[in-house]
Write a protein that binds this ligand. Structure first.
Ligand code: DAH
Length: 342
């Protein structure tokens, strides 16, 4: 009996418990009523009365060491989670941050612009960024040798010096042509989108930016309608206190043409660094659609007239959100963008 007890003790000492399965195997082998230690207790009755207390004591030690080993192994496995599949949860750890995307500052400004114009009855039209020379220039009444057609300003994709040349549109005005070719007046659309120019890249200008174009064609549309529309837009967009001025200007596709300034909404017109101490900020170009442009799109200028306007979106985003470098709007660095979460 002594030998059997020693052999069992050795088996207990060398039993490896590194998983829940092994722990269970250990329990079934040594600790249950039909296990090997219990079987030894049953054999006690066969021992002589003189030896019985001694063996009883040895068996109790054996039972105790098996129990101790079982408890220790269970604690170790619970703590390390390996094998049991249970996670050890530390409630004192800081929570994990959930990131929800945010609207890009340019899209926020564009969203406001779209909302203001759609309340006035304008619908949204879009056109391709890869555009035909003829829609970008020719049909918009750009004379053949206009400097805007120069390689310096335009990213040409093909260059055969013809109407079918492909280029990255330099403004959203070609969408006007596409809409007028497609639809009969009355037409009232805005055309938001990206435009491309071969500019020297700096904090103030980038090779891609956003514009929003507007076009309204109907019978007897006048410059007064254009003014009313722009006034209403500017007051809603930049605040009811802004002053607005129209300056005569030139665009090949409008006659007469104007540029529109608002009082600088940072300094209120007093003059500051942003408005270059003039008190005014230019917001858009506009004018009455040139009769040649209407004719190019099979619209009779004696029957219909209309106005158009085009504005930059990015600069408004820069001013509104106090961003000092236009390149930040295109780099998509989340550290910058996550500052614009609602
Ligand atoms: N296309 C012009 C530009 O990129 C902006 C513009 C001016 C658009 C006058 C118009 C307009 O529709 O009437 O600078």
């Amino acid at each position: 009996m002594k030998n059997s007890i020693e052999a069992l003790q050795q088996e207990i000492d060398t039993f490896v418990i590194n998983s829940a399965d092994e722990l269970e195997a250990f329990r079934l082998r040594f600790m249950v009523r039909k296990g090997s230690i219990a079987a030894m207790f049953n054999q006690l009755k066969d021992a002589s009365p003189a030896e019985r207390p001694h063996y009883g004591q040895l068996l109790n030690q054996l039972k105790e060491s098996a129990g101790q080993k079982y408890d220790d192994a269970k604690k170790r496995l619970d703590a390390s989670s390996s094998g049991t599949g249970k996670q050890h949860v530390d409630l004192t750890l800081p929570g994990r941050k959930e990131y929800s995307g945010s609207e890009h500052p340019v899209q926020k400004v564009l969203g406001d612009m779209k909302q203001i114009f759609s309340a006035m009855g304008f619908t949204i039209a879009t056109g391709p960024e890869l555009e035909l020379d003829t829609y970008n220039f020719e049909m918009l009444n750009f004379p053949e040798n206009h400097p805007a057609r120069d390689m310096q300003d335009t990213f040409f994709i093909t260059r055969k010096e013809g109407k079918d040349d492909l280029l990255l549109r330099t403004h959203t005005s070609p969408v006007q042509i596409r809409v007028m070719l497609d639809e009969k007046p009355p037409i009232r659309v805005i055309c938001p989108g990206k435009v491309y120019r071969n500019e020297a890249i700096s904090a103030r200008s980038y090779c891609v930016f956003h514009q929003l174009e507007g076009l309204y064609i109907d019978k007897s549309v006048s410059f007064a309608d254009l003014k009313a529309t722009i006034y209403s837009f500017a007051k809603q967009m930049f605040g009811s206190n802004v002053h607005i001025r129209f300056r005569p200007s030139f665009f090949p596709f409008t006659e007469p043409s104007a540029e529109v300034d608002i009082t600088c909404y940072l300094c209120g017109g007093k003059g500051c660094r942003v408005c270059k101490h003039s008190g005014w900020l230019e917001i858009l170009g506009c004018g009455m659609v040139h009769p040649n442009v209407l004719r190019n799109c099979n619209i009779d200028p004696d029957e219909y007239s209309g106005f158009a306007f085009g504005m930059g979106v990015d600069r408004t985003a820069l001013l509104r959100y106090r961003i000092n470098d236009i390149r930040l709007l295109f780099e998509n660095d989340v550290r910058m963008l996550e500052q614009f979460m609602q």
